[in-house]
Design a protein around this ligand. Structure first.
Ligand code: G1P
Ligand code: ZN
Length: 544
């Protein structure tokens, strides 16, 4: 195999964010841009003939081209074995599972998750380590450092690889195995959940369902698992064909972007269960007939009912949630007398807790839930968890939620995003918030008295590493909370996220609309951060 060494120069913007490096496709298509970043990752790792790498992506625009380039750079850098999803496709949770199952050294996942795809939209790349989870900060910091030092990359002069034929290919000592992207993952799900029970409930008609794959990666996974294995009628999975531009939409499973599904679930024709997943298959949205389950509630309900699912029937060790996620799961953990960890935003912070056996379930308000079965959040897993719960209890989604609130109270919750804000304005907002922090505790604003106000920092209980500046949180005496955070995944300007939460213990008042129930807190957040005043905007870009 002939290996070419190509001189290059650093790009100064290859610092990975919350979940890998995300940029516009056009940025990735610049000469040497992708090559530099991949070489920088490989420069940070010990690579030899024993090294193996899982490779695949969500099928978005530039996926196939990027895979061919990465194969050649991996070959030139001395990897012994690449395991690639057929067609270059792998969902994020399936990639995590393949890394673990094959004991690979790591994996490269090509995705910008829920961001739009297409020639003028987003692309992304992230490295996962040998436990199957996103590379922790000490790795991503090193990738960035290498990207600033790089002066050359190595690339093998070989033909493009056939990505579509399942099986092994060998080029001298370099082996490539093309695997079915769905099979191993589907088998794992079959081990975790009671498929015969779900199948019975679907065939008897007590569960009817619609799953929206949003023209993204979960299409083939959901077709196989939900329609073929669980017997849902053909057409239960909608938008099932992955497209490079996701059909022009945002592959983000929320009420705004999965509108067709949301409309169906709030109509007279609503099935008993509705769900959607995102671009790379790690997010989920759960709906019932005329009800949307917030991701924070979903996590709490899963924790409270995990013993009903075969894989968790012995109980769960503990739970974790990202800091801005509502405190609903904390109440369940207290009742179960298990530990509950509050981590910074991003799945990478759950990895150590899962590896150490301190937690079994974890989740984020951003439509992510998962367990110790892989080291990523897992959209279809969450969907199957709910289907198993419905089949086991015979209850409707709405009944499960109502009963949960009656028992634990409801954490009324919402997130307001202001997207593509000028960075200088966002910085001024954070400066303004920081200035107020020291004087806030004890101060009253109408019904609300501040109990604590700080900038969240986290010490990992397993390796002791410290992550600072993870968002500003203001908590009130009545348990209400607001959090201000800057997104680490956007590709245009800055995105300010405001997370709002209020606890309601009285059953009679639990059925309120979240925006109405949170109105006073929303006003107070504006009073404190002045986003509308400083940007001149009248409303958030997206409310979830
Ligand atoms: C967002 C979510 C975060 C999630 C990440 C990757 O990150 O808020 O919870 O882990 O996407 O899916 P953010 O843009 O807020 O940094
Ligand atoms: Zn995703």
């Amino acid at each position: 195999m002939r290996i070419k060494t190509v001189p290059t120069q650093p790009f100064d913007d290859q610092k990975p964010g919350t979940s890998g490096l995300r940029k516009k496709v056009k940025v990735f298509q610049q000469p040497n841009y992708l090559e530099n970043f991949v070489q920088s990752i490989f420069n940070s790792l010990p690579v030899d003939q024993g090294s193996s790498l899982v490779l695949g992506g969500d099928g978005r625009y530039f996926n196939r081209e990027a895979i061919q380039i990465i194969i050649k750079i991996a070959a030139a850098n001395g990897f012994g074995h690449l395991i690639i999803g057929q067609g270059g496709l792998l969902s994020t949770p399936a990639a995590s599972h393949l890394i673990r199952k094959n004991q690979a050294s790591g994996g490269l996942i090509l995705s910008a998750s829920h961001n739009p795809g297409g020639a003028d939209e987003d692309f992304g790349i992230k490295y996962n380590v040998s436990n199957g989870g996103p590379a922790p900060e000490k790795f991503t910091d090193e990738f960035y450092r290498q990207s600033m030092l790089i002066s050359e990359y190595k690339i093998a002069e070989i033909d493009d690889i056939d990505l579509d034929s399942i099986g092994a290919q060998q080029i001298e000592t370099f082996k490539i195995t093309i695997v079915d992207p769905v099979d191993d993952y589907a088998n794992l799900m079959n081990q975790i959940f009671d498929f015969p029970l779900i199948n019975k409930a679907i065939e008897s008609g007590s569960i009817t369902l619609c799953f929206d794959a949003m023209h993204a990666i979960t299409g083939p996974y959901a077709k196989k698992i939900i329609e073929e294995m669980l017997g849902a009628k053909p057409g239960s999975v909608i938008n099932a064909i992955p497209l490079p531009d996701f059909g022009g939409g945002h592959p983000d499973p929320n009420l705004a972007h999965a509108k067709k599904l949301a409309d169906l679930m709030f109509s007279a024709e609503a099935p008993t269960f509705g769900a959607a997943s995102d671009g790379d298959g790690d997010r989920n949205m759960i709906l019932g007939n005329h009800i949307f389950v917030t991701p924070s509630d979903s996590l709490a309900i899963m924790a409270a009912n995990a013993h009903l699912i075969p894989a968790y029937s012995q109980g769960i060790a503990g739970v974790a949630r990202s800091m801005p996620t509502s405190q609903a799961v904390d109440r369940v953990a207290e009742a179960l007398d298990i530990a509950c960890y509050e981590t910074p935003t991003g799945w990478k912070y759950f990895g150590n807790l899962l590896d150490a056996g301190k937690i079994t379930l974890c989740g984020e308000e951003s439509f992510g839930t998962g367990s110790n079965h892989v080291r990523e959040k897992d959209g279809l897993w969450a969907v199957l968890f709910w289907l198993n719960l419905l089949a086991k209890t015979g209850l409707a989604v709405g009944d499960i939620v109502q009963q949960h609130w009656q028992k634990f109270g409801r954490d009324i919750y919402s997130r307001h995003d202001y997207e593509a804000v000028d960075l200088a304005i966002v910085n001024s907002i954070f400066d303004h918030l920081r200035e107020q922090l020291p004087g806030l505790t004890g101060k009253s604003f109408g019904d609300f008295t501040v109990k604590f106000a700080d900038e969240f920092s986290y010490q990992d209980p397993v390796d002791g590493s410290i992550s600072k500046n993870q968002g500003i949180r203001i908590g009130f005496e009545d348990g209400s909370r607001m959090v201000f955070r800057l997104s680490g995944t956007g590709t245009v300007g800055a995105t300010l996220r405001i997370y709002l939460e209020r606890f309601e213990s009285a059953s009679a008042r639990q059925d309120q609309d979240a925006q109405i129930a949170l109105a006073k807190l929303i006003d107070l957040a504006e009073q404190l951060c002045e986003i509308k005043k400083r940007t001149g905007r009248s409303a958030p870009t997206v409310i979830t």
